[in-house]
Design a protein around this ligand. Structure first.
Ligand code: A3P
Length: 411
């Protein structure tokens, strides 16, 4: 499969086409993906034929779309998967986000529209084993950083545990079902599989038992940490920064956890959130109706503001700020700084997040949440630090304040 950096280029090319040419180009791209999946000639794939079940086309395209066209297919698109033509017409509209409103963002969105909310009570003694939280806005390079750190023999990392917003696994299950956010199960499932050496099926059964028995989240963390033995557990889940209550929960559950605040230029993050259509990921939430540029700004500003405020209450030796731009331009220096912060010594394996060979494409046994385009790269791409288009809006006052606090230019 082509790399997502070419997916990004392909997306940019598509947005230059006339509506009629765009429709035809998308039909041809979708046909070719279906042909690739079914081993048939693209000319044999009927574009108009209606699918009895839209899920069939969705399942074929979902793993391919982001690598090929630079944006993911999400459940919001499912209804349009009735036929190749109807999906192409729907995606043609999705490729042109509406303009940003003339007025800048006024107030940060605070509707209580969170995935889940942990209770504020102390549930038991704080866990003693070491844990490192990577906290960031989504699209800040957290998958790359997490994968680099996971290569260190003294760190155990899975993709995204997504545990902090919940008190117990049964409650978590209910909320994820209700909100259609089942992808949040992947990171923990992968951790169980990787730490126990179980087959996928056995790990899934084990995972389901945690939900059926409504095991407290604290006990799940304790078990994962025991299985990770003397390694530091790395939990990077960008959803944590969206809610101050989640961040506070980290300090309640663990004794002296450590934190990396990963930052990235707001322009790059907002552009990525719009390109990747994050406003479509939770269609039932109030945010889905928002202008995508303003939605993206609220995500960047909220996540970084919450993190700054939270870390003000954490001692300096337990926190480190890392800029994505520095990480991709000078990974050895930044990773050496992180190793020093954690007291684990530098390991060169961290410089090779894609392993020794680093070939693009999804590994066959991949089980991970996180950046869906990560495996289209084959190495660290320093040009992504500056290869983004400035979003169209004027930033609001709070965004400017957070920019100043983090040392990013406000436009
Ligand atoms: P883009 O949409 O700009 O490509 P996260 O993992 O926090 O969701 O962040 C995703 C971002 O990480 C991507 O956003 C991309 O810029 C960056 N990224 C992913 N893989 C990378 C790589 N191999 N080298 C450099 N940056 C990478």
């Amino acid at each position: 499969m082509p790399a997502p950096i070419s997916g990004r280029r392909r997306r940019a090319e598509l947005t230059q086409l006339s509506p009629a040419d765009l429709r035809e180009a998308l039909i041809s791209e979708i046909r070719s993906m279906v042909a690739e999946a079914s081993g048939r000639d693209p000319r044999e794939i009927p574009a108009e034929a209606a699918n009895p079940d839209p899920m069939l086309l969705y399942a074929v395209l979902q793993p391919r779309m982001v690598l090929r066209l630079g944006f993911p297919l999400c459940p919001y698109d499912l209804a349009a998967c009735r036929s190749i033509v109807s999906l192409a017409e729907h995606l043609a509209l999705e490729l042109s986000p509406p303009p940003a409103p003339a007025a800048p963002m006024e107030a940060l969105y605070e509707t209580g529209d969170h995935i889940g909310r942990p209770s504020a009570r102390q549930v038991g003694p704080a866990l003693e084993r070491p844990i490192l939280f990577v906290i960031s806005a989504p699209r800040s390079g957290s998958t790359l950083l997490g994968t680099m750190l996971a290569r260190h023999p003294k760190i155990f990392a899975t993709s995204e545990l997504c545990l902090l917003p919940f008190d117990s696994m049964g409650a978590r299950r209910k909320i994820l079902d209700q909100q259609g956010q089942m992808w949040m199960r992947i990171g923990l499932l992968a951790a169980i599989r990787d730490l126990t050496g179980m087959s996928f099926e056995a790990a899934m059964a084990d995972y389901q038992r945690l939900e059926e028995r409504d095991v407290p989240v604290a006990a799940v963390y304790e078990r994962i940490q025991q299985l990770a033995q003397n390694r530091i557990l790395l939990d990077k889940s960008p959803i944590y920064a969206l809610d101050p209550a989640c961040l506070a929960s980290a300090e309640r559950l663990f004794r002296e956890p450590t934190y990396i605040h990963l930052t990235r230029h707001p322009g790059a993050v907002i552009e990525s959130l719009v390109r990747m259509r994050f406003h479509r990921l939770a269609p039932q939430s109030a945010t889905a109706a928002e202008n995508p540029w303003i939605f993206g700004e609220k995500v960047w500003t909220g996540a970084n503001l919450h993190t700054l405020e939270f870390l003000r209450g954490v001692s300096a030796e337990r926190q480190l700020r890392v800029r994505y731009e520095d990480l991709v331009r000078d990974p050895a220096k930044v990773l050496a700084g992180i190793a020093g912060f954690l007291g684990i010594g530098f390991d060169r394996a961290m410089l090779k997040p894609y392993g020794e060979t680093g070939s693009p494409g999804l590994p066959p046994d991949d089980l991970r949440a996180g950046d869906p385009g990560f495996f289209g790269h084959s190495g660290i791409e320093p040009e992504l630090a500056s290869d983004w288009q400035a979003p169209p809006q004027r930033f609001g006052t709070t965004t400017r304040q957070v920019c100043a606090a983090l040392g990013y230019p406000a436009q």
